[in-house]
Design a protein around this ligand. Structure first.
Ligand code: SAH
Ligand code: SF4
Length: 363
C-alpha cells in the first residue's frame, strides 16, 4: 500500500504523488502532510478528514512518523534529551535546548559515527546506519510540538557530511513553507572535516552555517584525537573551508574541545590563533564533557580561562561555550549509540522522567 518507507521525509509534492500512486485524490496527500507538520498527528487515524477505513488501512501498511519516544530526561537547566526508537529498533537521541528567546534542537544524523574521535561517545562503536530525511526531520518536529523550534544544530551523533544527501533533504523539508518554514540560516552543520562535501554545501545550501570541529591546529595532535585527519589533513580541510567561506561570504566557526592536558598548551593556543586569524574564524571553546571509556580529562576553570586568554591575546576571536544538560549526559559529545538502555551515567539520578509523564519542561 505504501510507495516509500520514509513518509515523514516527504515534501508536499511527494505526498501528493504518493496519494495518486495509491489511487487516491491528491488532496489526501495534502491532508496527511498538514496533519503531520501542524496537526500533531502520529498515525493516519489522527489525520482529520481521512475516511476511517482508509486511515485504518494506511496505518496497517505504513507509518506516518518514524519513531516514538522511549525515554525522556530533563536537566535542571531545562534541557530535555529524548531517546527515540525508530521502526527497526535503533535508538536515536536528540536534545531540546530552550532559552528565553530560542529553542534549539541538537539532532543526530547517523546511528553511531564512523569517525571515532577519542573524546566522543557517539563514535565508540562505529556507525550502524544513516538516518533517513524523515528520521532527522522528525527529531525537530517532535520537540517543535511542545514549543516552536528556532534553531537546529547537527551536533548529535554522526558525521552529517557522511550522510550528506539525507541531511540536505531534511533541511529542505524543515524549510518547507507549508511545514515548519524554518529559514536556512537557522541551521548549523558541524563537521569533523570532509573537504568535498564542505565545497558542495557551499554550492547547494550557501545560507546554512557550517562549523568545523578543528580541536587542534597541528596535524600531529589532530590526527591523534580526530582519526579523519589522517585521511584529510588540516591543510586540505582548511582549503575547502576557505573556498566555502569565500563562496558564502561569511565568517567561519571553529569548534575546539578542550581536553585537559592533550590540546591546551601555549603552543596549541598559538597554532589555533594563527589559523583562526588567517581564516577570520570565530572559535568556540568547549570544555570536554566527561564520557565513559575516553582517555581524556576535563580541564579546570583556570586552565580554560588561561587557554582562552592566550588565544585572545594572539588575536583569535574566542568564546567559551556554556554547558547545557550535562547532568543528563545531553551535552556535546555525550550522545551515544545505544543498543540497550543506558549503562550507569556519569550523572545518573538527576531529572529522569518516565516517558509516559506529561512534559514538564522547566522555565
Ligand atoms: N560529527 C560532527 C557533529 C557531531 S559532534 C562533528 O564532529 O563536528 C558535535 C560537536 O561536539 C563537535 O564539535 C564535537 O567535537 C563535540 N564533542 C564531541 N564529544 C565531546 C565531548 N566529550 N565533550 C565536548 N564536546 C564534544
Ligand atoms: Fe563522530 Fe563528531 Fe563524535 Fe567525532 S565528534 S566521533 S565526528 S560525532
Amino acid at each position: 500500500m505504501t510507495s516509500t518507507n520514509d513518509l515523514t521525509g516527504q515534501t508536499p509534492v511527494q505526498w501528493r504523488a504518493w496519494a495518486k500512486g495509491l489511487g487516491l485524490p491528491e488532496f489526501r496527500g495534502d491532508q496527511c502532510f498538514s496533519a503531520l507538520w501542524s496537526g500533531g498527528a502520529n498515525t493516519f487515524t489522527e489525520v482529520k478528514g481521512l475516511p476511517k477505513d482508509l486511515a485504518a488501512r494506511l496505518d496497517t501498511a505504513a507509518r506516518l512518523v518514524p519513531g516514538k519516544e522511549v525515554r525522556r530526561q530533563e536537566s535542571r537547566d531545562g534541557t530535555v534529551k529524548s531517546l527515540l526508537e525508530m521502526a527497526d529498533g535503533k535508538l536515536v537521541e536528540c536534545v531540546s535546548i530552550p532559552t528565553s528567546d530560542r529553542h534549539t534542537i541538537c539532532v543526530s544524523s547517523q546511528v553511531g559515527c564512523a569517525v571515532g574521535c577519542t573524546f566522543c561517545a557517539s563514535g565508540k562503536n562505529g556507525v550502524e546506519r544513516d538516518l533517513t530525511p524523515g528520521e532527522i526531520a522528525f527529531q525537530v518536529l517532535f520537540h517543535h510540538r511542545r514549543r516552536p523550534v528556532t534553531n537546529v544544530v547537527f551536533m548529535g551523533s554522526g558525521e552529517p557530511l557522511f550522510n550528506y544527501d539525507n541531511v540536505l533533504a531534511a533541511i529542505r523539508l524543515l524549510a518547507e513553507p507549508k511545514g515548519l518554514g524554518m529559514g536556512r540560516r537557522r541551521f548549523t552543520v558541524s563537521t569533523s572535516g570532509v573537504p568535498k562535501r564542505i565545497r558542495q554545501l557551499g554550492v547547494d545550501e550557501p545560507q546554512v552555517t557550517l562549523a568545523f570541529s578543528i580541536h587542534a591546529a597541528d596535524d600531529e595532535t589532530r590526527s591523534r584525537i580526530v582519526p579523519l585527519n589522517r585521511r584529510w589533513p588540516l591543510q586540505e580541510v582548511l582549503e575547502a573551508m576557505r573556498e566555502y567561506s569565500d563562496l558564502v561570504n561569511r565568517r567561519m566557526t571553529f569548534e575546539y574541545v578542550l581536553l585537559g592536558d592533550d590540546n591546551m598548551s601555549e603552543a596549541h593556543a598559538k597554532s589555533l590563533a594563527d589559523v583562526a586569524r588567517r581564516f577570520h574564524a570565530h572559535i568556540n571553546l568547549i570544555p570536554f564533557n566527561p564520557v565513559f571509556e575516553t582517555p581524556h580529562r576535563r580541564p579546570n576553570w583556570d586552565q580554560v580561562e588561561t587557554f582562552a586568554k592566550w588565544v585572545d591575546q594572539l588575536g583569535g576571536h574566542v568564546t567559551v561555550r556554556g554547558q547545557r544538560g550535562a547532568d543528563i549526559d545531553a551535552a556535546c559529545g555525550q550522545l551515544k549509540r545505544r543498543t540497550e538502555l543506558d549503562p550507569p551515567s556519569m550523572a545518573e539520578g538527576d531529572g529522569i522522567v518516565a516517558n509516559d509523564s506529561p512534559p514538564t519542561r522547566q522555565a
